[in-house]
Design a protein around this ligand. Structure first.
Ligand code: OGA
Ligand code: MN
Length: 287
């Protein structure tokens, strides 16, 4: 099969054909996917239903896996693998989660613009989602191109933002949604992590504007000023021209680079089943 990458937006996101993700990938194919990720940041594969085993084996080809927040909270999983992250509204017993299920706060927080796990002090790289069951309406996932967003910022704003550092917290998005139920012990388990608001993506040599709903404050600014600046930058970065919106079909597989994009889910009827499963890789083993 010939591998082809067809852009979905002029400079951002591409659909991949000619690769069967269920088969072990050879080194050359992995290298071609990595190169395409450096260029397009989001890659879409269609018609690739995966078993849990296949999904884990595939993800490991791109680096060590991180299990996200769950590895520290010890919350139970319905999957065979620790590293499979449950995105969607399925309860532990396999039924659709009831409205009072605490799991839904995470589902809803994912509808705010973020990059995965920036609140952990880990070199997070790709996330990869496999769609098992999708609702008939809504529930798109959207990605914003943070390199194009940086390049489109007025010079004055670039100069203001470039030296700044954002403080990322695991709880900030959830607290914004009215979930204030965290104990001091939980809060202390995930101390905030400082990250520059602008960084260089070495593989493309392009700079990245890196705002996120996980940022609770900006170093050297008052809390309200910092939050307003983050809101302004998210608004800028997520203008239509920078966004790819994915309409899911069962069997779709989408991978993205968390270092160069923001993403969010969109609203859907939570009584409809949605079963998406994610893996997330690190650039290297955490030290
Ligand atoms: C994710 C995520 C949003 C959604 O998978 O990391 O934030 O609901 N998904 O599609
Ligand atoms: Mn996410």
């Amino acid at each position: 099969m010939t591998i082809a990458f067809t852009p979905l937006r002029p400079q951002f996101a591409a659909q991949v054909t000619g690769i069967d993700l269920r088969q072990p990938l050879d080194d050359e194919t992995v290298a071609r996917i990595d190169a395409a990720m450096d260029r397009y940041a989001v890659l879409v594969f269609r018609h690739q239903p995966l078993t849990q085993e296949q999904q884990i084996a595939l993800a490991r080809r791109f680096g060590p896996l991180d299990a996200g927040l769950r590895k520290a909270t010890g919350a139970p999983t319905r999957f065979q693998h620790e590293e499979l992250i449950d995105i969607g509204n399925v309860a532990l017993d396999g039924s659709v989660a009831q409205p009072d299920n605490s799991k839904l706060i995470g589902v809803l927080a994912n509808q705010l613009w973020h990059s995965d796990s920036t609140f952990q002090d880990l070199p997070v790289k790709y996330s990869m989602l496999s769609a098992v069951v999708v609702p008939a309406e809504g529930a798109q996932t959207q990605w914003a191109d943070l390199r194009a967003a940086w390049e489109a910022l007025p010079e004055k704003t670039q100069a203001l933002v470039e030296p700044l550092v954002g403080r990322h917290s695991a709880f900030h998005s959830r607290i914004q949604l009215g979930d204030a139920s965290y104990t001091e012990a939980q809060l202390q388990r995930f101390p905030p992590v400082d990250r520059p608001l602008v960084h260089l993506h070495a593989a493309s040599g392009r700079k990245v504007l890196f705002p996120s709903v996980h940022i609770e404050s900006i170093r050297g600014m008052t809390v309200p000023q910092g939050r307003l600046l983050v809101a302004e930058l998210i608004e800028h970065a997520t203008q239509r021209e920078f966004v790819y919106s994915h309409e899911w079909a069962q069997g779709d597989y989408v991978m993205w680079d968390n270092r160069t994009t923001l993403h969010r889910g969109t609203r859907y009827d939570l009584s409809q089943r949605r079963d998406l499963r994610r893996t997330t890789t690190l650039e290297r083993h955490a030290t």
